[in-house]
Write a protein that binds this ligand. Structure first.
Ligand SMILES: *Cc1c(COP(=O)(O)O)cnc(C)c1O
Length: 427
């Protein structure tokens, strides 16, 4: 068979190929459900672009102050339409997801306020933003306190403790949709909606922010449609569709976005400045492609879950579970497992496929991390990528894939390296 020979040329053995193809066979029905979500979201994006009369002029570039940047202003209307919010801030000047989240928090909190996380520890890089780990310019340095309530053992919300924790001082509540570097389940939009309804019932004027990284377009609704006042994410993840070379977004209530814009640029200037420097076409086209790209990534994640579950490793989510984001965690329990997996993902990459990844001290993280990322955009994790902190429980977090065939090759290659390094055996 032609295809099998192609895999062989790329270094996939018959035994690995057969194992993967067997696992894939059982998934075709689920894949068609994912295609249906992608179809819905594709129509949603097209409608938003049409509603806002996106035209070729939107792709022009501005420089200097960027006053009256029609493309930038229209794109923000498109994002607000897609996420069903009053307003949006979508900028190349927002350098990454952490920056977008820090911006949303710092601009909407004032000294004396309290930030509260009702669903456990936030993403690693937010620890320094909040001041859980001391850092220059953290919220803690500005007199903003932080409180959190951990999830119950079964991964559900501890409603009783949450009720007790919310006080006069609670100004902003942060909820992270995706698991990040944890092995808890990710939250579905429906679960997030239930939590928001609960906290708003206790304190109606509290601002709810959802860290939406890796969650966009996985469902047909977004957290902003179930009560979130702000949804925040990175353009080198889902909504950039693999084309955005940089950027972050915050979509939400007019006032929250205005605060964020005043903080990003300057009080008084807000959204009026910020040249788009020629990235607009990639932002638009990336958003257009995003629903399809997310569906490819989801299929890859589900294939990986099923393959590694069959081999007896702990996987979150499991092979059958509903998906809330594009991340797949696989726990190998050994450093060698984490490294072999990442080497396989790297070896399947179109860029830097010849490079062997090694663990390194990554800024913002407190353990060494190994990353496989042979991406067209540096660090882009909507492209096929994997990363694992070199620390117990030795889990890898696998995500992305601009096309399903690439995700599938990456998973087969990871399996090849896992088998070759003796971390697991087939049959
Ligand atoms: C990736 C991610 C972030 C941070 O985004 P960066 O672009 O890496 O700074 C924050 N929260 C979650 C859940 C993420 O997945």
């Amino acid at each position: 068979m032609e295809i099998r020979n192609m895999y062989k040329n790329l270094g996939i053995s018959d035994e690995v190929y057969n194992f993967a193809i067997e696992a894939e066979k059982d998934l075709l029905e689920r894949f068609s459900g994912i295609d249906e979500v992608a179809e819905y979201n594709q129509l949603k994006v097209i409608k938003a672009m049409q509603n806002n009369k996106v035209s070729i002029e939107c792709f022009n570039q501005s420089s200097g102050y960027g006053y009256d940047d029609y493309g930038r202003d229209t794109l923000e209307k498109v994002y607000a339409d897609v996420f069903k919010t009053e307003s949006a801030l979508v900028r190349p000047q927002i350098t990454c997801g952490t920056h977008a989240l820090a911006l949303a928090l710092m601009s909407n909190l004032r000294p004396g306020d309290e930030l509260y996380s009702p669903a456990g520890k936030p993403y690693d890089t937010l620890e320094e933003v909040i001041g859980i780990r001391p850092s220059k310019g953290s919220l803690a340095e500005y007199g903003i306190t932080y409180k959190q309530t951990d999830l119950l053992k079964d991964g559900s919300f501890d409603y009783e403790s949450i009720k007790k924790a919310i006080s006069e001082k609670t100004k902003l509540i942060t909820i992270q949709r995706s698991k990040g570097y944890q092995t808890r389940p990710s939250f579905t939009v429906k679960q997030i909606g239930e939590l928001i309804a609960f906290v708003k019932n206790i304190k109606p004027d509290v601002i709810v922010m959802v860290d939406n990284c890796y969650g966009e377009f996985v469902d047909i609704i977004e957290p902003s449609e179930v009560g979130a006042d702000m949804v925040v994410g990175s353009l080198i993840k889902n909504p950039g569709g693999g084309l955005a070379p940089i950027g972050g977004y915050i979509c939400g209530k007019e006032e929250c976005i205005e605060n964020a814009a005043y903080r990003l640029t300057s009080p008084g200037l807000g959204k009026e400045v910020g040249a788009s420097l020629g990235v607009m076409r990639s932002f638009y086209q990336g958003l257009f492609l995003a629903p399809g790209v997310v569906s490819s990534a989801l299929k890859g994640a589900i294939l990986a879950a099923n393959i590694y579950e069959k081999l007896g490793f702990a996987v979150v989510p499991d092979g059958k579970e509903e998906r809330a984001d594009i991340i797949q965690a696989v726990t190998f329990g050994t450093e060698e497992g984490v490294k072999a997996f990442c080497r396989g993902i790297q070896a399947a990459a179109p860029v830097d496929g010849h490079v062997v990844p090694e663990p390194w001290d990554m800024p913002g993280y407190d353990n060494q991390v190994i990353m496989a990322a042979g991406a067209f955009v540096q660090g882009s994790s909507i492209e096929l990528s994997a990363d694992g902190p070199i620390a117990p429980p030795y889990a890898v977090y696998f995500q992305g894939g601009l096309t399903y065939p690439h995700a599938k090759l990456g998973i087969m290659m990871s399996l090849q390296k896992i088998i070759e390094s003796g971390v697991a055996k087939l049959g």
